[in-house]
Ligand binder design. Structure first.
Ligand SMILES: [Zn+2]
Ligand SMILES: [Zn+2]
Length: 248
């Protein structure tokens, strides 16, 4: 349990760090952001296809599909159905991001997203350590870009720097809320952890395929799409390392 909370804290801290980089106007090369997004896209999609979907089906049988599509749908609803303009990565479209309402709705979408990041780490850790650790890596890889996203949305909407700071911290808190929700669920009914696991599988699929991949497709840099395969490879290596270290 302590380890899960630690993972949550590290992920939340990376998020807040991303926010600070924007607020402090630290030079943050666009390339690094793109490469991180590409690496985490490949990693998380491999994680979903090799671990999260098969394990969800094993835990819940056919009903897992229902929870997976609900998890996918929840993020789609909060990030792109009720929100006019939202995408992952640093917000550079100041023309469309002028109203406070636009920034608050984008914040809500990202809050739900971050909640599921925490929920997946925690549900994974309940399932077993190696899956928990793999989910943690997948989340951590995209947390700095996520912090950049929220802080830059706030600044693009002409919100004061203080609000950008509060928003980054709040998204970090959302991650922790996700972590603790699984504990509450686990103490109420152990079966609900399986449901949280399947929901987060669907949410992780959304993060990889709809938050991260479109940012890569938008990139003018030809190297970025190749790094997605690097992320898949990184998943494979991490999984092999983990199996060898844990089983021997
Ligand atoms: Zn934009
Ligand atoms: Zn995230």
């Amino acid at each position: 349990m302590l380890l899960t909370i630690l993972f949550g804290f590290i992920a939340a801290a990376a998020e807040i760090l991303g926010g600070f980089l924007i607020i402090m106007k630290k030079e943050w090369p666009r390339k690094v952001q793109e490469y991180l997004i590409a690496l985490s896209a490949g990693f998380i999609l491999a994680l979903v296809l090799f671990e999260l979907i098969p394990e969800s089906l094993e835990l819940l049988g056919g009903t897992a599909s229902l929870y997976m599509i609900v998890g996918f749908g929840l993020l789609h609803f909060f990030e792109h159905t009720v929100v006019g303009h939202f995408h992952f990565g640093e917000e550079t479209h100041h023309d469309v991001m002028v109203s406070p309402v636009a920034s608050i709705s984008a914040f809500t979408g990202l809050f739900i997203h971050a909640f599921f990041d925490g929920l997946s780490i925690s549900a994974g850790m309940e399932f077993n350590f190696s899956i928990g650790l793999l989910i943690f890596i997948a989340v951590l890889l995209h947390k700095i870009p996520e912090g950049l996203t929220i802080a830059s949305i706030m600044l693009a909407a002409k919100q004061p720097r203080k609000n950008a700071m509060i928003a980054s911290v709040a998204i970090g808190v959302a991650t922790m809320l996700g972590i603790f929700t699984v504990y509450i669920l686990a103490s109420v009914d152990s079966k609900s952890v399986g449901i949280a696991f399947a929901l987060s599988a669907g949410a992780a699929l959304y993060v990889g395929a709809s938050d991260l991949i479109p940012e890569i497709n938008r990139s003018g840099n030809r190297i970025t799409p190749i790094i997605v395969f690097g992320g898949m490879l990184l998943f494979y290596i991490s999984k092999q390392l983990m199996e060898n270290l844990l089983l021997h």
